[in-house]
Write a protein that binds this ligand. Structure first.
Ligand SMILES: O=C(O)c1ccccc1N[C@@H]1O[C@H](COP(=O)(O)O)[C@@H](O)[C@H]1O
Length: 221
């Protein structure tokens, strides 16, 4: 598609306050994420996320993020929060991720991979997660918690995936322009880079982040 028509999708993750959810919608963000991963400082109970879900405007996706949660926990979130996308960051397999009847994004840790793991990574991902709607490349290592602002080497993003990818990991208002220009992702995802503390979003950072993505989208190169 011509770059003049393309628009990088934006997801703000780890929302915990209704005001932040409303501002994200007003800024034109495409998706907001609610975290249910054990041990995350942004973790919500399904009832809390339901309240935030109700603060969302139409035509904005609600994404529910999990990391090795029990099937019953995912079901409870699906029932209460009605997410339009699921995002899995643990060792869940394709059958588990597909089992809820909702499109899913698979989070892929990009730190600490040896050259052998990098080689053929695109093929391995296609084979392991044939049902994934997209992959999300994140800056943490396998088994580590995400949402900690860790960047990774963007040149290691696998090519030939055959499906969209979302860039994440350490994105901030001051580096997201370069990130989009360097990798041309389908979308970008940010948690800590728009916060003052985990789960507490900063209106000014949110605003600047969106502006910088749009500046990259309008850039002629
Ligand atoms: O946000 C969390 O607490 C979290 C917990 C477990 C797995 C992933 C998590 N967040 C995701 O991490 C990336 C990047 O976060 P950051 O911008 O580097 O802070 C993002 O995709 C979040 O969706």
């Amino acid at each position: 598609m011509s770059k003049t028509l393309f628009r990088t999708r934006i997801k703000f993750c780890g929302m915990t306050r209704a005001g932040d959810v409303r501002l994200a919608s007003e800024l034109g963000v495409d998706a907001v994420g609610f975290v249910f991963a054990d041990g995350s400082p942004r973790r919500l109970q399904p009832e809390e996320a339901r309240v935030l879900r109700n603060a969302m405007e139409p035509l904005v996706d609600a994404v529910a993020l999990f990391k090795d949660n029990q099937v019953e926990e995912v079901r409870a979130v699906v029932k209460q929060v009605r997410p339009s996308l699921l995002q899995f960051h643990g060792s869940e397999d394709d059958a588990f991720c597909r089992g809820f009847g909702i499109p899913y994004i698979k989070g892929i840790p990009m730190r600490g991979l040896d050259p052998e793991q990098r080689a053929g990574q695109a093929m391995q991902l296609q084979m392991r997660y044939p049902g994934a709607a997209a992959f999300l490349f994140d800056g943490h290592a396998q088994g580590q918690q995400g949402g900690t602002g860790q960047i990774f080497d963007w040149s290691t993003i696998p090519t030939g995936l055959g499906k969209p990818f979302v860039l994440a990991g350490g994105l901030r208002p001051d580096n997201v322009f370069d990130a989009v220009m360097a990798t041309l992702p389908w979308g970008v995802d940010v948690a800590s880079g728009i916060e003052t503390a985990p789960g507490i979003k900063d209106g000014d950072k949110m605003h600047r982040f969106v502006e910088e993505v749009r500046r990259a989208d309008c850039h002629p190169d």
